[in-house]
Design a protein around this ligand. Structure first.
Ligand code: CA
Length: 224
């Protein structure tokens, strides 16, 4: 699964450098150049990790951290800071950051921290499945796209869970039928098309990008 990282950094050259290096490592990267854009993007796109500069025009990194935590957002946050006094580090961690890196940092250190926090987050939430801005929680059965909660019926949920557990993998109609409706399903196999249509209507209710793609005469695939 491609992890999505939000970089909030107002130093253009540094932001570009981090973006390119993270992309080279295979991450999907979004850059925000000021505090407000950073906070808005974090809330709307639900990245898997945020690299957050401390000193930002508009809202500070520390304040973004506080506001995200206030609304219950548990996204891993690594603060990037030029400050290296102990009190600042404590303030950052108090505000809810998971880690901090003092500038200037080495690329290897940055990448190692990013990997560690992404891994830990996945281990902490094995029931949380994500694809692009879509999230499905197996244990609470909650589904959301960005900030928008989506209500699904039991069958729609099972179908989406199957698709999202196999990102970018083409699932044949037979596989889907067997897995979601069971071997002994005797009804009309058009049932899959019908349910895919229901799911798309709900997932794209606000004109969002299509995530469930049709593979003609084969089946379906979750693809961005
Ligand atoms: Ca800055």
């Amino acid at each position: 699964m491609t992890s999505r990282i939000l970089v909030v950094e107002d130093e253009v050259k540094l932001a570009q450098f981090i973006e390119l290096e993270l992309q080279y490592e295979g991450y999907k990267v979004t850059v925000a150049a000021d505090g407000l854009a950073g906070l808005t993007t974090a809330r709307e796109s639900h990245p898997d990790l945020i690299l957050l500069d401390w000193m930002l025009p508009g809202i500070s990194g520390l304040e973004i951290c506080r506001r995200l935590r206030l609304t219950g957002d548990k996204v891993p946050i690594i603060l990037l800071t030029a400050k290296d006094e102990i009190s600042d580090r404590v303030a950052g961690l108090d505000a809810g950051a998971d880690d901090y890196i003092v500038k200037p940092f080495s690329l290897e250190e940055l990448l190692a921290r990013v990997r560690a926090h992404l891994r830990r987050n996945q281990e902490d939430n094995p029931d949380l499945l994500k694809f692009a801005d879509l999230q499905l929680n197996r244990s609470t059965r909650e589904v959301s796209r960005g900030n928008r909660a989506i209500e699904l019926t039991a069958k729609e949920f099972e179908l989406l869970e199957y698709l999202i557990s196999h990102p970018r993998q083409v699932l044949t109609r037979d596989q889907i039928l067997e897995r979601v409706w069971g071997f002994d399903f005797m009804g009309d196999s058009n049932i899959i098309e019908v349910y895919i249509r229901y799911l798309r209507l709900k997932l794209e209710a606000q004109e969002e990008k299509r995530l469930i793609q049709t593979v003609r005469s084969v089946g379906y695939v979750m693809r961005d």
